[in-house]
Design a protein around this ligand. Sequence first.
Ligand SMILES: Nc1ncnc2c1ncn2[C@@H]1O[C@H](COP(=O)(O)OP(=O)(O)OP(=O)(O)O)[C@@H](O)[C@H]1O
Length: 331
Amino acid sequence: MLKVHIDSFTYTTKTTLENISFQVAKGEYVALMGESGSGKSTLLKIIYGLLHIKNGSIFWDDKQILGPNFNLIPGESYMKYLSQDFDLMPFTSVEENIGQYLSVFERETHQQRIQELLELIQLESYAKTKVKNLSGGQQQRVALARVLAQEPEILLLDEPFGHIDNFKRTSLRRNLFHYLKEKGITVLTASHDPNDVLPYADRTLILENGKIIADEKTKKLYKNPPNYYTASLFGEVNEVPIKLLKSYAAIDRSVLVYPHEFQLSKGSGLEVTVKDSFFKGSHYLNEADAEEGTILYFVTSKKLSPGDTVFLNVSLGTINARLHVEQRADS
Ligand SMILES: Nc1ncnc2c1ncn2[C@@H]1O[C@H](COP(=O)(O)OP(=O)(O)OP(=O)(O)O)[C@@H](O)[C@H]1O
């Protein structure tokens, strides 16, 4: 188990991380989400031992990770870190870059492991290509294979698909997270992309201004986000005053509603006027004006035209569930 406890961490004067405390069980995949600058990379660097913490401790089982003030070369053999800049050998081939990190005690299986990792990163046909001749996205895939070659018990990934195009990203992501689960590797991933998180992460931590503001099972967090910031990391979200949805409601509060949660009606509900309709592939995302200057986003299967009037409804179940979570977050 990974045990992280950081009272505070400061680079210069401003506090970058504060009151960070969480654990990751063996084989668990925990995602770290937060806006740019919220402290995700800093947290991964501290866990890996690249930054010294005065107030706090990091443990992998009973082994303490001591950081740069105690270790000349940062990093522990059981933990690997894939940073946003990949540290490859540019003048050697893809297979040599991967092979260099395979165990010297298992020479007879080297070729088979290299092949397995090349297939995983979908670069079989580039095995003999020098790394300097690869694109940024291809280099990121080699860097990924290199950390996996070292068979870590725990893997820290910082935006692992940041340089990889959508064409490869989807299948690569699927292969990688399946591989990591199968091997029982514990994973902590910093990501902006909900597609790295929603289908795969067992748990998600939300960082805001250096503090953990949510730590929940991923599906639960998505379904009942504690605040607008959390929900918006997963995509478009509306903050709707309840009295607009239910005119009889005496509560002067808002609820979070994802665009797909609005049900459309021809004659009853919250009346909105369409401003724009954006094609999203599988559906249209519509932007509309509601009362009191509120702008709402909802989805339809067909394109709507500016000026069209529709009525939106949200189920009482959704409203009640969201109110309940927001109340808990406030208390
Ligand atoms: N070496 C450094 N020296 C001083 N301040 C730093 C340093 N590295 C990061 N910071 C600051 O610490 C804060 C957190 O940065 P960090 O890179 O951890 O955020 P992040 O959530 O990973 O962002 P991104 O998603 O953009 O990678 C930012 O305000 C950043 O400017």
